[in-house]
Design a protein around this ligand. Structure first.
Ligand SMILES: [Zn+2]
Length: 578
């Protein structure tokens, strides 16, 4: 465990979480938790739940959540180190000094790693694949230089071998260059194009890696003492001059989006490194820009994380517009195909983000039906409540009233109402209404009702969908006896919200063990049964072709046994059996 993490844990143990949050919100005790009105949206009913035992909070109105640090960071708009410093002072914990005498050697290692990756790309025979790939995409050598691009070799320990001779493995893990999984330790970046991430003074502090194929397409360094993950924007170092002068920033998702735009001569582009924007990124942008145009690919732009990001930007005082890219395109591909002209045309036709939101509802729901209207209204409520500006709220109400064909006044009342945990969870229901097996398993883990070793008997993090895999991984890596509020430090903001939700949602499992087994069998065994079934179907077909009746008989009996087993396990998610 790094010393930073020890500091964090010590502070958490000593600070009174309820006491700190009470300074901003009046809290009332209900059962094992406290409830209050959420300070992050306009909350009429107490939607904020604080559970000091678990060290977590969550708002069931707007979905914000996390640990005490994230609460302080959000409400005071400060960075993680600042929050740590304040709470440490309060707890009487003296922090290991994080001044430049500590950071300087770390900076040097990152700079050295950047030079190593760049050398792999430019000079090493094994870098041929990467060179070819970049040149084919129109990234010439001067572009590699300008953006300090590099290449990480395939294999598990190329960097480890080279740097491990001179630096401690813990330091390299702490910097996110190596990954530690239980008793193994290996290179984080393998067979990837490397994009160094720089701070505003021009020094590299972290890396992003893009895979040639396969998932995850993008991989970033973990949070490290130099890299405040939610507080950086890719490319701001190069773009800030242009952004300051035109007061508009174009926000894209990936590294190549930034670089391709820059090659085409569009210089005011920065990358959010994911769709979930943080308050600190928004504050950073607001130092340079008055207006932000979001240019994500279509699927990403309409996602919940992206919509939340738009609200955060708007609430930071920025004018927010959304550029609607042609279906299937991202800025990188658009610029490559149509040049700057194509991209600038899309930017000039961008729409205010609340128009975009209402239009996206019209595309996703059938607003001619009652059910469609209900769905759209439910989704609008969270969106509406996350908006601080009154005139903007009025305008959204008007747009929605037109779209949903509902009377404005009643709609306004309905939008202001919080409906904590309806739809998704019912109070004290036996198991999560509408929860899938992954959520049930993570919920049980986060509440400490089951341990990872029980889960690991059947499942690995790879069995989880990309949405939940990071949370599962954190548990898998932590080993036994780790409490959720410490694990949450490892997650990004969006994941932390999910985790605090699952940990604090009002659900009771009367038999945690059984709930786990049910969920695990749906997660792991059912897909296995499906596989076996499909194999049997093929075998039956074969046997039928060769008219082998005794074999058909045998196989069919096995088949119906398996179907019965599946039904017994409550598997309804598979295809119906013929
Ligand atoms: Zn809230």
């Amino acid at each position: 465990m790094s010393k930073d993490r020890l500091d964090v844990q010590m502070v958490k143990e000593r600070v009174d979480m309820v006491g700190v949050i009470s300074r901003y919100v009046s809290l009332a005790k209900t059962g094992a938790s406290y409830k209050g009105r959420c300070p992050f949206h306009s909350d009429d009913t107490p939607s904020l739940v604080v559970n000091a035992q678990k060290g977590l909070w969550h708002c069931f109105g707007c979905g914000e959540g996390g640990d005490l640090f994230s609460f302080l960071m959000k409400i005071e708009r400060i960075s993680f180190p600042e929050a740590l410093e304040r709470l440490a002072a309060e707890a009487g914990v003296s922090l290991r000094r994080r001044d430049d005498s500590v950071k300087e050697p770390l900076r040097e290692i990152i700079a050295e790693a950047a030079a190593y990756f760049a050398d792999n790309l430019t000079n090493d025979p094994a870098g041929e694949k990467a060179r070819k790939y970049l040149l084919e995409r129109g990234y010439k050598q001067e572009v590699w230089k300008q953006f300090c691009l590099g290449y990480a070799f395939p294999g598990w320990d190329r960097l480890k071998k080279k740097f491990g001779k001179r630096y401690k493995v813990e330091t390299l893990v702490n910097l996110g260059l190596l990954v530690k999984r239980e008793d193994r330790c290996y290179d984080r970046f393998r067979d990837r194009i490397i994009f160094p991430i720089h701070d505003l003074s021009g020094r590299p502090i972290a890396f992003g890696g893009r895979a040639f194929e396969g998932e995850p397409k993008y991989l970033n360094s973990s949070q490290n003492p130099l890299f405040d993950k939610g507080g950086q924007l890719y490319g701001l170092l190069w773009a800030r001059k242009e952004i300051s002068s035109c007061r508009t920033a174009i926000l894209v998702e990936g590294y190549t989006d930034v670089i391709s735009a820059s090659i085409a001569g569009i210089e005011n582009v920065v990358g959010s490194m994911g769709t979930a924007l943080t308050q600190r990124q928004a504050d950073l942008l607001a130092r340079f820009a008055d207006e932000v145009v979001i240019a994500y690919d279509r699927d990403a732009a309409g996602g919940a994380a992206s919509l939340r990001g738009m609200r955060i930007l708007r609430n930071s005082g920025l004018n927010v517009r959304v550029a609607e890219l042609p279906i299937g395109e991202d800025p990188d591909s658009l610029v490559s195909r149509e040049g700057a002209k194509g991209m600038l045309a899309v930017i000039s036709e961008s729409t205010p983000f609340h128009h975009f939101f209402v239009r996206s509802l019209e595309l996703r729901y059938d607003l001619s039906t009652v059910a469609g209207k209900e769905g759209a209204l439910e989704e609008s409520r969270a969106f509406y409540q996350g908006i601080v500006s009154l005139p903007l709220r009025q305008e959204i109400t008007k747009l929605l009233a037109e779209g949903l064909q509902l009377p404005v006044d009643e709609l306004r009342q309905d939008l202001s109402r919080t409906r904590p945990h309806t739809r998704i969870v019912r109070e004290t229901s036996e198991k999560g209404q509408g929860w899938n097996e992954e959520e049930v398993i993570l919920c049980l883990l986060l509440r400490g009702e089951v341990s990872w070793s029980q889960v690991a008997e059947l499942a690995t993090p790879d069995d989880f969908s990309p949405d939940h895999k990071p949370i599962a991984e954190v548990f898998a890596n932590a080993g036994e006896a780790s409490d959720p509020s410490n694990l949450i430090e490892e997650l990004d903001e969006e994941q932390a919200r999910k985790a605090s939700y699952l940990a604090l949602a009002p659900i009771l499992f009367s038999d945690a063990e059984k709930a786990l087994q049910d969920a695990l069998s749906r997660l792991v065994r059912l897909p296995n049964i499906e596989k076996q079934l499909s194999k049997l179907r093929q075998e039956i077909e074969q046997a039928e072709k060769s008219a082998d009746h005794s074999r058909i008989d045998l196989l069919q009996r096995a088949y119906s046994d398996l179907v019965a087993k599946k039904l017994l396990r409550g598997g309804t998610c598979g295809k119906s059996e013929a």
